[in-house]
Ligand binder design. Structure first.
Ligand code: KIV
Length: 271
Protein backbone atom coordinates (compact mmCIF):
# COMPACT_ATOMS: atom_id res chain seq x y z
CA UNK A 1 0.00 0.00 0.00
CA UNK A 2 1.45 3.38 -0.94
CA UNK A 3 1.14 6.65 1.00
CA UNK A 4 -1.68 7.72 -1.36
CA UNK A 5 -3.74 4.62 -0.57
CA UNK A 6 -2.97 3.00 -3.94
CA UNK A 7 -2.37 -0.69 -4.05
CA UNK A 8 -0.55 -1.51 -7.27
CA UNK A 9 -1.24 -4.93 -8.67
CA UNK A 10 2.25 -4.93 -10.14
CA UNK A 11 4.92 -5.26 -7.46
CA UNK A 12 8.67 -5.84 -7.70
CA UNK A 13 8.02 -9.52 -6.89
CA UNK A 14 5.42 -9.82 -9.70
CA UNK A 15 7.95 -8.37 -12.14
CA UNK A 16 10.58 -10.95 -11.19
CA UNK A 17 7.97 -13.71 -11.55
CA UNK A 18 7.11 -12.41 -15.01
CA UNK A 19 10.78 -12.63 -15.95
CA UNK A 20 10.98 -16.18 -14.58
CA UNK A 21 7.94 -17.18 -16.66
CA UNK A 22 9.43 -15.53 -19.75
CA UNK A 23 6.53 -13.03 -19.88
CA UNK A 24 7.57 -9.71 -21.42
CA UNK A 25 7.16 -6.61 -19.25
CA UNK A 26 5.51 -3.52 -20.73
CA UNK A 27 6.63 -0.09 -19.56
CA UNK A 28 5.63 3.30 -20.94
CA UNK A 29 6.35 6.87 -19.88
CA UNK A 30 3.51 9.12 -18.74
CA UNK A 31 3.45 12.59 -17.20
CA UNK A 32 -0.19 13.54 -16.58
CA UNK A 33 -3.52 12.33 -15.19
CA UNK A 34 -5.49 11.93 -18.43
CA UNK A 35 -2.91 9.79 -20.19
CA UNK A 36 -2.33 7.89 -16.93
CA UNK A 37 -6.00 6.80 -16.94
CA UNK A 38 -5.74 5.51 -20.53
CA UNK A 39 -2.42 3.76 -19.87
CA UNK A 40 -3.79 2.01 -16.79
CA UNK A 41 -6.96 0.87 -18.58
CA UNK A 42 -4.96 -1.39 -20.92
CA UNK A 43 -2.88 -3.10 -18.24
CA UNK A 44 0.58 -1.62 -18.83
CA UNK A 45 2.92 -3.06 -16.15
CA UNK A 46 5.09 -0.03 -15.31
CA UNK A 47 4.16 3.64 -15.69
CA UNK A 48 7.38 5.64 -15.79
CA UNK A 49 7.25 9.32 -14.89
CA UNK A 50 10.42 9.88 -16.84
CA UNK A 51 12.51 13.02 -16.79
CA UNK A 52 12.00 12.97 -20.59
CA UNK A 53 9.12 15.12 -19.33
CA UNK A 54 11.64 17.98 -19.65
CA UNK A 55 11.81 17.32 -23.42
CA UNK A 56 8.31 16.34 -24.46
CA UNK A 57 6.24 18.37 -21.98
CA UNK A 58 8.43 21.45 -21.51
CA UNK A 59 10.45 21.69 -24.72
CA UNK A 60 13.92 21.56 -23.17
CA UNK A 61 16.78 20.23 -25.34
CA UNK A 62 18.01 17.93 -22.56
CA UNK A 63 16.58 16.41 -19.39
CA UNK A 64 18.93 18.44 -17.17
CA UNK A 65 16.73 21.46 -16.36
CA UNK A 66 13.77 19.65 -14.78
CA UNK A 67 13.65 20.06 -10.99
CA UNK A 68 12.66 17.67 -8.20
CA UNK A 69 9.59 19.83 -7.46
CA UNK A 70 8.50 19.59 -11.11
CA UNK A 71 9.03 15.81 -11.20
CA UNK A 72 7.01 15.46 -7.99
CA UNK A 73 4.16 17.50 -9.53
CA UNK A 74 4.00 15.23 -12.60
CA UNK A 75 4.33 12.08 -10.47
CA UNK A 76 1.41 13.22 -8.28
CA UNK A 77 -0.80 13.62 -11.38
CA UNK A 78 0.09 10.13 -12.62
CA UNK A 79 -0.43 8.53 -9.21
CA UNK A 80 -3.97 9.98 -9.08
CA UNK A 81 -4.74 8.12 -12.32
CA UNK A 82 -2.90 4.82 -12.10
CA UNK A 83 -4.48 2.07 -9.99
CA UNK A 84 -2.86 -1.10 -11.33
CA UNK A 85 0.54 -0.41 -12.82
CA UNK A 86 3.65 0.12 -10.75
CA UNK A 87 4.49 3.84 -10.88
CA UNK A 88 8.21 4.61 -11.08
CA UNK A 89 9.56 8.18 -11.12
CA UNK A 90 12.97 9.42 -12.23
CA UNK A 91 14.99 11.41 -9.74
CA UNK A 92 16.17 14.38 -11.82
CA UNK A 93 19.70 15.51 -12.57
CA UNK A 94 21.37 17.13 -9.55
CA UNK A 95 19.13 15.50 -6.95
CA UNK A 96 21.21 12.37 -6.22
CA UNK A 97 24.65 12.43 -7.91
CA UNK A 98 27.70 12.91 -5.72
CA UNK A 99 25.92 13.18 -2.39
CA UNK A 100 24.17 10.12 -1.01
CA UNK A 101 22.57 12.03 1.86
CA UNK A 102 20.93 14.41 -0.60
CA UNK A 103 19.98 11.42 -2.76
CA UNK A 104 18.14 9.87 0.17
CA UNK A 105 16.35 13.16 0.94
CA UNK A 106 15.29 13.47 -2.73
CA UNK A 107 14.02 9.90 -2.83
CA UNK A 108 12.10 10.33 0.42
CA UNK A 109 10.52 13.55 -0.84
CA UNK A 110 9.47 11.82 -4.07
CA UNK A 111 7.96 8.86 -2.21
CA UNK A 112 6.19 10.93 0.48
CA UNK A 113 4.89 13.76 -1.69
CA UNK A 114 3.90 11.87 -4.85
CA UNK A 115 3.05 8.35 -3.68
CA UNK A 116 4.98 6.59 -6.45
CA UNK A 117 6.00 2.98 -5.86
CA UNK A 118 9.69 3.27 -6.79
CA UNK A 119 12.34 5.58 -8.17
CA UNK A 120 14.80 5.31 -11.05
CA UNK A 121 18.40 6.58 -11.11
CA UNK A 122 20.90 6.83 -13.97
CA UNK A 123 24.39 5.37 -13.58
CA UNK A 124 26.36 2.45 -12.14
CA UNK A 125 29.38 2.33 -9.83
CA UNK A 126 29.63 6.12 -9.57
CA UNK A 127 26.19 6.40 -7.93
CA UNK A 128 26.32 3.15 -5.93
CA UNK A 129 26.58 4.91 -2.57
CA UNK A 130 23.36 6.81 -3.34
CA UNK A 131 21.65 3.61 -4.54
CA UNK A 132 22.63 1.78 -1.33
CA UNK A 133 21.50 4.60 0.93
CA UNK A 134 18.11 4.88 -0.78
CA UNK A 135 17.63 1.11 -0.71
CA UNK A 136 18.51 1.04 3.00
CA UNK A 137 15.49 3.28 3.61
CA UNK A 138 13.26 0.63 2.01
CA UNK A 139 12.71 2.53 -1.22
CA UNK A 140 12.69 0.33 -4.35
CA UNK A 141 15.26 1.48 -6.91
CA UNK A 142 15.42 0.85 -10.65
CA UNK A 143 18.74 1.38 -12.41
CA UNK A 144 19.35 2.93 -15.84
CA UNK A 145 22.50 2.16 -17.86
CA UNK A 146 23.76 2.59 -21.41
CA UNK A 147 22.73 5.93 -22.83
CA UNK A 148 21.96 7.93 -19.72
CA UNK A 149 20.57 11.29 -20.92
CA UNK A 150 21.44 13.10 -17.67
CA UNK A 151 25.12 12.61 -18.66
CA UNK A 152 24.69 13.87 -22.21
CA UNK A 153 27.31 16.60 -21.78
CA UNK A 154 29.85 13.93 -20.78
CA UNK A 155 28.97 11.70 -23.77
CA UNK A 156 28.58 14.64 -26.18
CA UNK A 157 26.24 12.60 -28.40
CA UNK A 158 23.04 10.51 -28.30
CA UNK A 159 24.74 7.75 -30.36
CA UNK A 160 24.53 4.04 -29.45
CA UNK A 161 26.57 3.24 -26.30
CA UNK A 162 28.85 0.32 -25.41
CA UNK A 163 29.84 -0.73 -28.93
CA UNK A 164 33.46 -0.86 -27.73
CA UNK A 165 34.60 -3.80 -25.57
CA UNK A 166 35.77 -1.66 -22.62
CA UNK A 167 32.49 0.22 -22.34
CA UNK A 168 30.50 -3.00 -22.76
CA UNK A 169 32.53 -4.61 -19.92
CA UNK A 170 31.89 -1.64 -17.62
CA UNK A 171 28.20 -1.80 -18.43
CA UNK A 172 28.05 -5.51 -17.56
CA UNK A 173 29.91 -4.85 -14.28
CA UNK A 174 27.59 -1.95 -13.44
CA UNK A 175 24.51 -4.09 -14.12
CA UNK A 176 25.82 -6.77 -11.72
CA UNK A 177 26.65 -4.14 -9.08
CA UNK A 178 23.12 -2.73 -9.26
CA UNK A 179 21.59 -6.20 -8.95
CA UNK A 180 23.85 -7.09 -5.99
CA UNK A 181 22.95 -3.78 -4.31
CA UNK A 182 19.27 -4.75 -4.49
CA UNK A 183 17.80 -2.84 -7.46
CA UNK A 184 14.59 -4.52 -8.64
CA UNK A 185 15.17 -3.83 -12.34
CA UNK A 186 17.34 -1.98 -14.81
CA UNK A 187 16.58 0.06 -17.93
CA UNK A 188 19.16 -0.37 -20.70
CA UNK A 189 19.07 2.42 -23.26
CA UNK A 190 20.48 2.40 -26.79
CA UNK A 191 23.03 -0.42 -26.67
CA UNK A 192 23.73 -3.33 -29.04
CA UNK A 193 21.01 -6.01 -28.95
CA UNK A 194 23.54 -8.79 -28.24
CA UNK A 195 24.76 -6.97 -25.13
CA UNK A 196 21.19 -6.40 -23.91
CA UNK A 197 20.46 -10.12 -24.35
CA UNK A 198 23.65 -11.11 -22.52
CA UNK A 199 22.87 -8.91 -19.51
CA UNK A 200 19.22 -10.07 -19.36
CA UNK A 201 20.53 -13.66 -19.41
CA UNK A 202 23.07 -13.09 -16.63
CA UNK A 203 20.84 -11.15 -14.23
CA UNK A 204 17.85 -12.41 -12.24
CA UNK A 205 16.15 -9.00 -12.09
CA UNK A 206 14.11 -7.73 -15.09
CA UNK A 207 15.98 -5.81 -17.77
CA UNK A 208 13.83 -3.32 -19.67
CA UNK A 209 15.16 -2.04 -22.96
CA UNK A 210 14.75 1.07 -25.05
CA UNK A 211 16.81 0.55 -28.16
CA UNK A 212 18.41 -2.52 -26.52
CA UNK A 213 16.95 -5.18 -28.81
CA UNK A 214 14.48 -7.99 -28.36
CA UNK A 215 16.50 -10.23 -26.04
CA UNK A 216 15.69 -8.27 -22.89
CA UNK A 217 12.78 -8.85 -20.48
CA UNK A 218 10.60 -5.94 -21.51
CA UNK A 219 10.41 -2.70 -23.43
CA UNK A 220 9.85 0.97 -22.63
CA UNK A 221 9.06 3.84 -24.99
CA UNK A 222 8.44 7.54 -24.46
CA UNK A 223 4.68 8.04 -24.84
CA UNK A 224 4.87 11.14 -27.04
CA UNK A 225 7.24 9.39 -29.43
CA UNK A 226 5.20 6.20 -29.84
CA UNK A 227 2.00 8.21 -30.29
CA UNK A 228 3.62 10.11 -33.15
CA UNK A 229 3.20 13.47 -31.42
CA UNK A 230 6.65 14.59 -32.48
CA UNK A 231 7.71 14.60 -36.12
CA UNK A 232 11.40 15.30 -35.65
CA UNK A 233 12.59 12.52 -33.30
CA UNK A 234 13.11 9.33 -35.34
CA UNK A 235 15.69 6.96 -33.85
CA UNK A 236 15.87 3.47 -35.33
CA UNK A 237 14.36 1.85 -32.21
CA UNK A 238 11.18 3.94 -32.29
CA UNK A 239 7.98 2.38 -33.59
CA UNK A 240 5.12 4.88 -34.00
CA UNK A 241 1.73 3.38 -33.09
CA UNK A 242 -0.30 6.45 -34.07
CA UNK A 243 0.05 9.71 -35.91
CA UNK A 244 -1.34 12.01 -33.26
CA UNK A 245 0.52 15.03 -34.60
CA UNK A 246 -1.63 14.91 -37.74
CA UNK A 247 -4.80 13.99 -35.81
CA UNK A 248 -4.40 16.98 -33.47
CA UNK A 249 -3.42 19.33 -36.30
CA UNK A 250 -6.48 18.37 -38.37
CA UNK A 251 -8.77 18.85 -35.34
CA UNK A 252 -7.27 22.29 -34.53
CA UNK A 253 -7.61 23.38 -38.17
CA UNK A 254 -11.25 22.23 -38.36
CA UNK A 255 -12.08 23.97 -35.07
CA UNK A 256 -10.50 27.25 -36.22
CA UNK A 257 -12.39 27.03 -39.51
CA UNK A 258 -15.71 26.32 -37.75
CA UNK A 259 -15.31 29.24 -35.32
CA UNK A 260 -14.31 31.65 -38.08
CA UNK A 261 -17.18 30.60 -40.34
CA UNK A 262 -19.76 30.81 -37.55
CA UNK A 263 -20.46 27.07 -37.89
CA UNK A 264 -19.50 26.43 -34.26
CA UNK A 265 -21.48 26.41 -32.04
CA UNK A 266 -24.63 25.28 -33.88
CA UNK A 267 -28.24 25.22 -32.53
CA UNK A 268 -27.68 22.00 -30.56
CA UNK A 269 -24.49 23.27 -29.02
CA UNK A 270 -25.97 26.27 -27.20
CA UNK A 271 -28.43 26.96 -24.34
O1 KIV B 1 13.02 9.64 -18.93
C1 KIV B 1 12.67 8.69 -19.63
O2 KIV B 1 11.71 8.76 -20.41
C2 KIV B 1 13.43 7.46 -19.54
C3 KIV B 1 13.15 6.41 -20.57
C4 KIV B 1 13.82 6.76 -21.82
C5 KIV B 1 13.53 5.05 -20.08
O3 KIV B 1 14.25 7.32 -18.68
Amino acid sequence: MSVQGRESIITTQRLIEKKQRGEKIVMLTVYDYTMGCILDSVGIDIALVGDSCANVMSGHETTLPITLDQMIYHAQSVVRAVKQAMVVADLPFGSYQGNSKEALCSAIRMMKESGVDAIKLEGGKEILESVNRILSAGIPVMGHLGLTPQSIHKFGTYAVRAREEAEAQKLIEDAHLLEEAGCFGIVLEKIPAALGKQIAGELKIPIIGIGAGNGVDGQVLVMHDMLGLSKTFSPRFLRRYANMYETAKTAFEQYAQDVRSGNFPNEQEQY
